[in-house]
Design a protein around this ligand. Structure first.
Ligand code: PLP
Length: 376
């Protein structure tokens, strides 16, 4: 199998699965329990927290485990905006956010917030000046992603956050870093909250983490036993936290991995440049882990099924919008035939050049067949 849909999810590494399995059997004590079994489990949870926090570049007391990236986005956005409701109503968000950000922000409209969307251009890039221009004294929150999950388009969130705070130091800045974590660096300076998810880096599905800046005012929408400092109530998933920490440890060096991804991406772009039926939707300076292309006139599903027959797996866009049109390409205002024929190829640390070669071969063969069939 050639799996090139790593932006949707990644296979769990064997070492990670083993850590989880062992922990499921051994660490059944509730971390909140007041006896040794509980203390031991709490200790392991603390160690996992420290490992993930180190990768974030923050202290362990600012890192909170969540049920997933989606939950982290909900807590940060709802909690950040509601805590500032007394003095402002404006919430700014890029127009190409994942639904866990876009729909959460939209829901704030029902609470009286005024939502401003900053769309990307046809080049797939959001202009930081457009975000900054929208910030005013009534802006309570700005949400922007580090790496777009459909095109790989990137934002220098740290610098933009610094400039936002120059205009309004009370504005909360949230970053969805689900696609960027352990793939691109992110300086936490000036950013208030950052969400990530373990299953994009060969960890398990169903656990994420949320960074919350020290002193940041957040009214969590999660109510219950007060775990995770009250930000995310619910008995902690210690086995998955340990698995997450193991995945972080195994992911290794960001720049070395990035170099490898750039090589694969460069190879693919080069191969496709010789194929005039293909257009590239990702910006040239996008994250090399994601490449979005279209073969206008030939629907994504047709090509996906052809590739599947060769045991090659890519996607038509975000895994979260099954059957729906790409929200990113729609926000980019690309023509219908480009949106309807989009394919997303995404790499992980384990992707190999031979995988990419096989994909490029199959794609060009698929195009040839489709072109010939449509001529008949
Ligand atoms: N944000 C982005 C950019 C994503 O790509 C995803 C998942 O695809 C999420 C958030 C949601 O993460 P999770 O699946 O852990 O809820």
């Amino acid at each position: 199998m050639i799996y090139l849909d790593n932006a949707a999810t990644t296979p769990v590494w064997d070492d990670v699965a083993e850590v989880i399995y062992n922990s499921l059997r051994e660490d059944f004590g509730n971390p909140s329990a007041l006896y040794n079994l509980g203390f031991q489990t709490q200790k392991k949870l603390d160690e996992a927290r420290s490992s993930v926090a180190k990768a974030f570049g923050c202290s362990a007391d600012r890192l909170f485990f969540t049920g997933c990236g989606t939950e982290g986005n909900n807590i940060a956005i709802l909690g950040g905006a509601r805590a500032r409701k007394a003095w402002g109503k404006k919430v700014i968000v890029t127009g190409y956010e994942h639904p866990s950000v876009a729909l959460t922000v939209d829901s704030l409209a029902d609470e009286g917030f005024n939502i401003i969307k900053i769309d990307p251009g046809t080049d797939g890039k959001v202009d930081p000046d457009d975000i900054l221009e929208a910030v005013d004294s009534g802006t309570v929150l700005v949400a922007m992603m580090r790496v777009n999950n459909e095109t790989g388009s990137m934002l220098d969130v740290s610098s933009i956050a610094g400039l936002i705070h120059k205009k309004n130091k009370r504005t909360a800045v949230h970053c969805d870093n689900v696609q960027g974590f352990m793939k691109h660096s992110l300086d936490l300076n000036n950013i208030d909250t950052v969400s990530v998810s373990a299953h994009k880096i060969h960890g398990p599905k169903g656990i994420g983490a949320l960074y919350i800046r020290k002193g940041f005012n957040l009214i969590s929408p999660s109510h219950g036993g007060g775990q995770e400092h009250g930000y995310r109530s619910g008995t902690e998933n210690v086995p998955y936290a340990l698995g997450f920490a193991e995945a972080v440890k195994k992911a290794g060096n960001i720049s070395k991995n990035l170099e490898k991804a750039a090589e694969l991406n460069g190879y693919l772009r080069n191969r496709l440049s010789g194929c005039h039926e293909v257009i590239i939707n990702s910006p040239s300076d996008a994250s090399p882990y994601i490449l979005n292309i279209s073969v206008p006139g030939y629907r994504s599903e047709t090509m996906l099924h052809f590739l599947e027959m060769h045991d090659i797996y890519v996607s038509s866009g975000s895994a979260c919008s099954k059957g729906e049109r790409s929200y990113t390409l729609t926000a980019m205002k690309l023509p219908d035939n480009v949106i309807d024929s989009a394919l997303r190829i995404s790499f992980s640390y384990d992707s190999k050049l031979s995988d990419v070669e096989a994909f490029a071969d199959a794609l060009t063969e698929g195009i040839k067949i489709l072109v010939n069939t449509s001529k008949r």
